[in-house]
Design a protein around this ligand. Sequence first.
Ligand code: FAD
Length: 465
Amino acid sequence: GDFAIETGTIVVGAGPGGYVAAIRAAQLGQKVTIVEKGELGGVCLNVGCIPSKALITAAHRYEQAKHSDDIGIVAENVTVNFDKVQEWKASVVNKLTGGVEGLLKGNKVEIVRGEAYFADANTLRVMDENSAQTYKFKNAIVATGSHPIEIPNFKFSERVINSTGALALKEVPAKMVVVGGGYIGAELSTAYANFGTEVTILEGASEILNGFEKQMSALVKRNLKKKGVKIVTKAMAKAAEETENGVTVTYEVDGKEEKVEADYVLVTVGRKPNTQELGLEQAGVKITDRGLIEIDKQCRTSVSNIYAIGDIVQGPPLAHKASYEGKIAAEAIAGERSEIDYMAIPAVCFTEPELAVVGYTEAEAKEEGIEVIAAKFPFAANGRALALNSTDGFVKLVTRKEDGLLVGAQIAGSGASDMIAELGLAIEAGMTAEDIAMTIHAHPTLGEIAMEAAEVALGTPIHIV
Ligand code: FAD
């Protein structure tokens, strides 16, 4: 209809930023409407975090089933039913997206399907296939997320795919080229290599996973190579040409042009914020050259009643960051004094071994002018890691020299993704190496590795000399 619907807080996008913001806003008594043009749950639940972790799990199980001879388990004729893998993956996604719908409804959030467009700083137009509706809002939270970057000569097609395509393949490819060795490229390479695909990673920089310290990425690199993955660094991907039933990728390395054939080329070179065609300029919202929305410490944009969160604002493009900002924006609208503090935001890479970081690295602490002690304890000296047959990796704690305050932690090893939570909490709570060392950790657990690393920081480790 052409009349305008009045609402309190309108949220654009129902990813981990938007749906969490909507629920918190409703909890705080706001009348909330959420607009989603695609699927509830956004990238994370539908084509990101969750389906990628499901594929990683299935691939890892397969690989483990085949290669457990060293601990006395011999399995023959282990096979992959990839249709079933995809079905299971979809069932996990559906459970979660259905859950989000239930949570929104349970919190009395009105769900509107369609594409949103700002007409001005208090008006949103929502269009679906055959209708348009106007909403008048007091406050808006923009959470439209991001999409994969396409590079010249690699136009997305049936054979030139992005992460969404790579998660939805109908069969395990015999050969795949992965352009970009960031965390998404490395995770998907691990999964497909485990399924049996011959993977070649083309990375432009001198290392894959170069957001992580070299001693961490080196472990992943070694493991990928063990799986048969070919890693070409300082490689410039030049073009993809589709052949009859595959694709030829041309790249340049050391000034020489090389070619590699594959069934698919997966391009994972980064993501771009969805801030175009949203009418943001009409609302007066400022955008940087990189397409990001500028916000203050309460996620407020240059327009005081419009907030922005998640992949469309600065900082690491991660689901838990989007959710965290969502809560802050909703609380700011309610007049609370919540502010962003990224100090204890973890980042995890679900490779083998897993990599997880929070707070400062040793080098970052130094750059901040903090004198630190970096203390490491290896998985190989931990009983549980040995009993899990998973001894690759370490926990490293970065503590302030003057008082032992924990300012950062890096973990490489199986279980790192869960173990990092304790150290994030320790940073958030202002704990010291002594606090961690004096916390009783159950034996035998991987958690003890953090305790032992804290004892290394104090100079009194029990299980290494
Ligand atoms: P999104 O999740 O992108 O959601 C935005 C929503 O807005 C979408 O549903 C979109 O349809 C909707 N929308 C956009 N424009 C409009 C409009 N005009 N009108 C209405 N609706 C609109 N992060 C992690 O933390 N851990 C991981 O393990 C992880 N793995 C990943 C794996 C892959 C393969 C990928 C691609 C990403 C991964 N991420 C991971 C990143 C994570 O998915 C994103 O950081 C997160 O989804 C961002 O949340 P968001 O709410 O900002 O946006």
